[in-house]
Write a protein that binds this ligand. Structure first.
Ligand SMILES: NC(=O)c1ccc[n+]([C@@H]2O[C@H](COP(=O)([O-])OP(=O)(O)OC[C@H]3O[C@@H](n4cnc5c(N)ncnc54)[C@H](O)[C@@H]3O)[C@@H](O)[C@H]2O)c1
Length: 355
């Protein structure tokens, strides 16, 4: 039997992975305890998504332990053992702003939780492929010291810089920089996953995401940028733009395109490899550009205010260079661009708000 075990299965990436992998595996084990609601409040509960998966996919089986609970994980891994062929680990405390509120919670979920799963992998199904959703926040605020130029609606890197063409690659240092506590707990996890590949020779892959997005994000003020922005555009709730004149640039990748990267890695895995994973030059926008696109799609003026205080650890300009992945896995390419993503988010949000 071929099993894919997905942590954070009711979240954005986890749920996309359930639908993608459901026809490709005999059984999908999902682990999610809706901690997202504890982090960000009622409006960001992922319960609706868990229910949707259970109704839609007959080979989906849901478990609700906390990934910090080693003995609960032990039970699941003992039961399914070497039938587990893929572990996709997406469960996390995902916000850099939130992490400083409860550093113990942030670190234990992101770092200890990842170690728990790696150990389960090593002890119960060492041949399984382990994929970890890391983040570009492991590079800390180093990108903010690049030679950036201010344009009318966005910051942009100097055209003469090697990052101009494709974006920032995996060779940027993750050391000597301000990460935020979230960035630091993800660095710990990122290095652990690399180490289980390099030290134990296990099939681990690390994907450092830019902005990951898509219609199934339970967008919250502190996490899920485009999804929360579109929610405000639809409901008329006030949105706050933090610093950098609203010209900060993020790249945005649809959850489907990211999960499709995981599929390529699963079919042909290596050990401890790191990839930047984002929308790259193909799909990116500044805050101001995203606001005007939301206005164009909804036909409504957005209710937003600007504050000078930027978020600690926020990037002024981030574009992921995905060339390394594309070279290793030439079959892969993006399917969705920024406009497709925003239109899908708008449609999904309208139907969720209406219910
Ligand atoms: N969304 C982004 O923009 C982004 C960017 C870079 C990296 N990432 C990373 O990608 C991964 C997935 O992000 P997402 O946007 O799908 O997040 P998400 O919050 O939508 O999904 C994560 C899920 O994990 C669950 N979870 C959290 N802690 C748990 C615990 N201790 N035990 C069991 N379940 C738990 C939550 O309830 C949630 O449903 C995370 O690791 C995140 O750090 C996300």
């Amino acid at each position: 039997m071929n099993i894919a075990l997905i942590t954070g299965s009711a979240g954005l990436i986890g749920s996309e992975a359930v639908s993608f992998f459901s026809p490709r595996f005999d059984l999908i084990i999902g682990i999610d305890n809706n901690l997202r609601q504890y982090f960000f409040g009622e409006g960001s509960s992922t319960e609706w998504n868990k229910n949707r998966l259970q109704e839609k996919f007959s080979n989906y089986r849901h478990y609700s332990p906390d990934i910090r609970d080693t003995s609960a994980l032990e039970k699941i891994f003992t039961e399914y053992g070497a039938d587990i062929k893929l572990i996709l680990h997406t469960a996390a405390q995902p916000s850099h702003d939130w992490a400083a509120r409860e550093p113990f919670t942030d670190f234990s979920v992101n770092a200890n939780g990842t170690l728990n799963l790696l150990e389960m992998n090593r002890l119960h199904c060492p041949e399984a492929v382990f994929i970890f959703t890391s983040t570009n926040k492991v590079y800390g605020d180093t990108p903010n010291y690049l030679p950036l130029r201010e344009g009318e609606t966005r910051w942009e890197i100097d055209e003469a810089h090697p990052y101009y063409k494709h974006g920032i690659d995996e060779l940027m240092s993750i050391d000597h920089t301000k990460h935020s506590l979230f960035g630091a707990s993800k660095v710990a996890a990122d290095i652990l996953v690399q180490e289980y590949g390099r030290y134990f020779g296990m099939k681990t892959g690390i994907f450092r995401g830019g902005c990951l997005t898509g219609p199934n994000h339970s967008g919250a003020k502190l996490h899920g940028f485009l999804s929360y922005l579109m929610k405000c555009a639809i409901t008329g709730d006030q949105y706050t733009v933090f610093g950098y004149k609203g010209k900060q640039v993020r790249d945005n990748i649809h959850s489907f395109d990211l999960v499709n990267m995981f599929w390529e890695f699963y079919k042909n895995p290596t050990s401890g490899e790191v990839y930047n994973a984002g929308g790259g030059r193909h799909s990116n926008c500044s805050m101001l550009e995203a606001i005007s696109l939301c206005e164009e799609i909804t036909g409504k003026k957005m209710n937003y205010i600007y504050t000078e205080d930027n978020r600690i650890g926020d990037h002024i300009w981030w574009i992921s260079d995905v060339s390394k992945f594309k070279t290793h896995y030439p079959e892969w390419n993006w399917k969705y661009g920024l406009m497709d993503i925003l239109v899908q988010i708008e449609e999904a949000t309208v139907s969720r708000v209406a219910h």
